[in-house]
Design a protein around this ligand. Structure first.
Ligand SMILES: Cc1cc2nc3c(=O)[nH]c(=O)nc-3n(C[C@H](O)[C@H](O)[C@H](O)COP(=O)(O)O)c2cc1C
Length: 320
């Protein structure tokens, strides 16, 4: 009857092969009442997975793992933050299975009309753990030499702007506009108006063949506001991180001949030119160094590697 009801409300998912149902589960956001007493760790919207069952003849073939992967994907797609479930405490195979998938124990419950204890499990659907985010931030360095012949499509740039679109905005005014350039002739119009690596006096910027394959020009729409605050900074870093997540690299360019760029691109005065983000597949390595004796200037070593000093955590955490 329970399963029939699950079907009725569209919550039953099955794995079918050759006309046979090999596995089934229910996904919904209905918690059994005993869940109320459990100390769940993650807030926000969640889904519950109930009654995951695999045909005994088909077990140990990875079907349950596929079902759970599907459940998590479906939940993530719907904006849910976590998955909750329970399993019979004596079923050590199931307990090991969920723990193997990264589920954490949150306590035990008793279910009405059932014997024994059930272990409650929870898993966060955060897109990736903090160490992965740290790796993304660490890997997202300002790069100034690119593989110019490795094109970055307009679709890619639109995907990036689609991320920047979701960034925080002062007063939620969202005054930014984004102008895209992914090749000839616009790239050639933009490049001469950019100033590269102010500290590297004997380098004139990327030579032909190592210039960015694409640009995103961040504009501020003065009809929305005259004060863009830090919106463009946040948007710029969102684009940088998005690019890094795609194996691309970029450089935020604030030193721009704005008058010249406005003319060649035909940008009306209504729009303030804020930053140009250079984008492409990287053709140089960048490594982070410690700041020594207050020296924050970046440099390039003879092997062509770019070194960028960062102040220590101890130096930047402030205590009056
Ligand atoms: C607001 C802003 C403006 C920047 N303008 C330029 C620029 O005009 N030219 C350039 O070569 N790099 C520019 N950069 C890149 C910085 O030089 C770079 O962030 C800094 O050297 C630290 O390196 P990292 O980004 O790899 O941490 C800019 C960065 C920011 C945040």
């Amino acid at each position: 009857d329970t399963v029939r009801e699950d079907i009725g409300r569209g919550a039953l998912w099955i794995h079918r092969h050759g006309g046979r149902v090999l596995a089934a589960m229910t996904i919904d956001d209905i918690q059994p009442e005993p869940y109320d007493a459990v100390e769940w760790r993650y807030g926000g919207l969640y889904v519950c997975v109930h009654r995951l069952a695999v045909d005994p003849a088909e077990q140990r073939k990875g079907i349950a793992g596929k079902m759970m992967a599907y459940a998590e994907e479906e939940a993530f797609r719907k904006g849910r933050k976590s998955v909750r479930l329970d399993t019979y405490g004596m079923n050590t195979a199931a307990v090991r299975f969920y723990e193997g998938l990264g589920y954490r124990r949150r306590g035990t419950i008793r279910l009405p009309k059932k014997d024994g204890e059930y272990i409650c499990f929870e898993k966060s659907l955060a897109p990736f753990p903090p160490e992965r985010f740290r790796a993304l931030v660490t890997g997202s360095r300002s790069v100034r030499r690119f593989r110019e012949d490795a094109a970055v499509s307009r679709e890619r740039l639109e995907e990036l702007v689609g991320m920047a679109r979701l960034a925080p905005s002062g007063g939620n005014k969202q005054p930014l506009k984004f102008m895209l350039s992914s090749g000839h002739p616009r790239n050639g119009m933009i490049f001469p108006h950019l100033r590269w690596a102010g500290y590297m006096k004997d380098w004139d910027g990327p030579a032909e063949g190592e210039r960015p394959a694409a640009y995103i020009v961040i504009l501020g729409d003065r009809e929305i506001t005259e004060a863009f605050g830090t919106d463009h900074g946040i948007a710029a870093q969102t684009l940088m991180l998005g690019a890094a997540s795609m194996g691309l690299a970029g450089c935020i360019i604030g030193s721009v001949d704005r008058g010249g760029l406005r003319v060649v691109l035909g940008i009306p005065v209504r729009y303030e030119i804020l930053y140009v983000i250079a984008i492409g597949f990287p053709a140089e390595d960048v490594v982070i160094e410690d700041v020594r004796d207050g020296e924050i200037r970046y440099w390039r070593s003879e092997d062509g590697v770019h070194h960028v000093p960062k102040r220590s955590l101890g130096e930047i955490i402030f205590e009056p």
